[in-house]
Ligand binder design. Structure first.
Ligand code: SF4
Ligand code: SF4
Length: 95
């Protein structure tokens, strides 16, 4: 989980391709995840259930705070790691 970020810095963070964050039926609407946890304010309660918006950066912070383990972060097989390596390779030696 990445640390809490200043909103100006958070706006520069992009979601890693292939990362999906979803709310499952285990959500009890407690509001923990929507109480200042998300650094881009992407998760809110709607009709008693958490809803994640397009601004989500896939950081996993909300996943970790949910007492019901109701939020799932999934990585599409094979895609993110190769994309990340390709992106970082132009900046640092990843060999
Ligand atoms: S913390 Fe978990 S149970 Fe509570 S509103 Fe968020 S997703 Fe639902
Ligand atoms: S994973 Fe959760 S906390 Fe992180 S950006 Fe997405 S909605 Fe916000």
């Amino acid at each position: 989980m990445i640390p809490q970020l200043d909103p100006a810095i958070g706006a520069k963070v992009t979601r890693m391709p292939g990362v999906n964050v979803t709310v499952t039926d285990r959500c009890a609407g407690c509001g923990t995840c929507a109480a200042g946890v998300c650094f881009v304010d992407a998760i809110h309660l709607v009709d008693g259930r958490a809803v994640i918006g397009d601004a989500c950066r896939g950081c996993g912070r909300c996943v970790e705070v949910c007492p019901n383990e109701a939020i799932e972060l999934a990585i599409v097989k094979g895609e993110p790691l190769s994309n990340t390596i390709a992106r970082l390779s132009s900046l640092v030696d990843v060999s």
